[in-house]
Structures are given as structure tokens and as C-alpha cells.
Write a protein that binds this ligand. Sequence first.
Ligand code: SF4
Ligand code: SF4
Length: 259
Amino acid sequence: MVKIGIMGLTGCSGCQCEILNCEEAIYRLIEKVEISYFPLAQDNNSFGEFEILFVEGSVTTEEDERKVKEGRERAKFLVAVGSCACYGGVQSQRNDEASLEEMLLAVYGRKELPVKVQKPRAVSEVVKVDYELPGCPLDKRQFVYAVASILNGVKPFFPKIPVCHECKLSETECLTLKGIPCQGPVTFAGCGAPCTASGVGCQGCRGNCDFPNFEEMVEILKKNGLSTGDAVKFLKVFRGYQSKEIKLSEGVVENEKGA
Ligand code: SF4
Ligand code: SF4
């Protein structure tokens, strides 16, 4: 029987819980495949060969790095699930802010940790990744679609259109017009835009859509009450290494007074 594995690195396990939330689809899945490795959900696990290995979490410890490299060697397809695995996650916000020691001192009052930690990295920064299912957490419909596609020899396709597209499809009134900060114009759709439908601006949890216009996004966020600095911080929360794409021209930075 085809074997699949579900592995957790540094993260909150929310994506693995979301996979468990697939419920009916999981029952149908285990008729066709053996979930041979899923330590969060079962006692008996075998770290053997996998048709598909799903990896949640960022690579933040030496143990994470060892596990994901070993997993890569054993997996025909490796799929990063969730924004920690795809981009580095919210924990990677610290990468450019201060040294690890400075942060430990500020938060815990000491510089030592019981495990040796590195700068959080996306899985693709360490090993080859075949597919990515971003989101915080991932969208369970996309998980089911990806499993079904791969097992049937079809390449799963996720168009990198912006979340605004999904607002239009669901006839959600645009929040930016109501003065609510929203990252939909620069964020990769696929979630069905549940946040905007609830009146909460998109937080960018699925990372960059294709051709994001960050300059214009920052200008819109400023119109909705954020300073340039806060707009950039807002955009960086989930984007991890993708934050490097947020480049502003002098004009936008100087225009801070208009915020
Ligand atoms: S609410 Fe946000 S995601 Fe929806 S259309 Fe407006 S800007 Fe785009
Ligand atoms: S609307 Fe934005 S923050 Fe909400 S789930 Fe979708 S991508 Fe994530």
C-alpha cells in the first residue's frame, strides 16, 4: 500500500490539526493509503519510504534540519504545508530585527535555551520541495485536492491570484473602502477569503500572490490609518523570506507624513 507521512518541525501543530479536521476525507484516504508516520495523531509510526511526505513547521533547530533532510531522502514527493514550512512563519519575523541573544534577554531575561536554535527557515531553503500549501493554517480543501492529484499522477495547480478575486466571487464588500487595513491585493488566494467575509482584513497568511504591488499596497494601508513602518511590519507578519520582495521607493517612504 502507498505510504504517506505527516511530519512536524517548529510550529504550533495547527496545520496537522487541520489535516485531522478533514475527517470524512481522511477516512476515505486511509482505505487507499497507509499513513505510516503521523506522530501527532498515532502511536505506531515508521519513518520509512513515503510516496508523499507532508512537512509542517519551519526549520529552526538542528533536529528540524536533520529530520527534514532525512525525510527528503525517503520521500518521492515532499509537500510543505502551512506558512511556517512554506515561508518561515511568524517566528521568522525575528530574523532581521535583532540577534537571538538580544531577543532572549528581552523576553526571558536570559540568553540560554535548552535546545540550539537557528534562524527559522522555510523548508525550501533547506531541501527541494515539490509543492507548497500555504496558510496559517493550510486550507484543508487544498490538502485533499493535493493528495488526490498526486496519488492520481496529476500535478496540483494553485493559481497565484490575489484574495480580492475571492471577495469578488463571494460578493464580499471591499474592506479597504470601509477603512479596514487589508492585505488581500497582494496575498495568494485559495482560502476562500473567510477573514474578509467576517469583516476582518486579510492578514496575508498565505504569502505573496503573483506580481504583488507592495508600493501601492502600502499607500492603501496608509490611507487606512497605518504609518509606513507599521504597514511594512503588518505585511511582514506571515511572509517570512518573501518579505524581501517588499521594496519601497524613496517617494513612498518620504510620503510618511501623509499616513
Ligand atoms: S476586502 Fe480586502 S481582499 Fe477583499 S476585495 Fe477588498 S482589499 Fe481585496
Ligand atoms: S483571507 Fe488572508 S489572512 Fe484570511 S485565511 Fe485568507 S489569506 Fe489568510
